[in-house]
Design a protein around this ligand. Structure first.
Ligand code: 3PG
Length: 207
């Protein structure tokens, strides 16, 4: 799968932080059945890899690892069934490890200089992170001039309404966000509410 294929699947990639393995299957099921197949599971909890293993077995799910910081994280994520890699910043060694593992990668950038370092590595699809804090939609629009062929997945501080607006931009492929499956709803096992939020997100239009 290419990064473009990944970004084309759905308008919103939910960014998920799961603490308990028992929550992994019902959460993945709620999201996939609501129309969000691509799931980014952050490597921020002790059980993240175990959760990823369970979620990647959910029928229809395309599970990737987020908060990947090192090439070793890439290897661990691949072993846990990750089908793509997302990093908060640009790491040449994580990019190399992803290529070695044959996994598409969306590395984070927040400035023109970081973006150009990514171009040097042969990349032209990036997570724009943290999107709202780093300039938001105005920054996405400003990147359009010098970097016309680059596409972004803005993530960080995005809500349903902001996502709708980001998605009108031609250089935004999709957006990422934690609002679809917030920790407090996961902790409360509110799968139906998460499915409702996921359905709303899955219904957003691009362009
Ligand atoms: C990420 O790692 O991509 C962010 O934590 C997601 O940010 P959000 O929770 O503000 O959407």
């Amino acid at each position: 799968m290419t990064v473009d294929e990944l970004m084309a699947i759905q308008p919103v990639i939910p960014v998920i932080t799961v603490e308990r393995v028992e929550d992994a299957a019902p959460l993945a099921h709620a999201l996939v059945s609501a129309g969000l197949r691509v799931l980014e599971v952050t490597l921020r909890t002790e059980q993240a890899l175990a959760c990823m293993k369970v979620m990647s077995k959910t029928s229809g799910a395309i599970v990737g690892a987020g908060t990947v910081l090192t090439s070793n994280d890439v290897m661990l994520a691949r072993e846990a069934g990750a089908q793509f890699i997302v990093t908060p910043g640009l790491s040449a060694s994580a990019v190399a490890a992803s290529r070695e593992a044959n996994l598409p990668i969306l590395p984070g950038i927040a400035t023109a200089t970081e973006l150009m370092a990514g171009l040097d590595l042969g990349l032209d699809r990036f997570k724009f992170f943290p999107a709202e804090q780093a300039g938001g939609r105005a920054m996405i629009d400003a990147f359009k001039g010098p970097f016309g062929r680059v596409k972004f997945c803005p993530t960080g501080g995005i809500s349903l309404d902001l996502a709708r607006d980001y998605l009108t931009r031609s250089n935004v492929g999709c957006v990422g966000g934690g609002w679809v499956a917030p920790t407090k709803l996961i902790d409360a096992k509110m799968w139906e509410e998460i499915a409702r939020l996921a359905k709303e997100a899955a219904g957003l239009k691009r362009g």
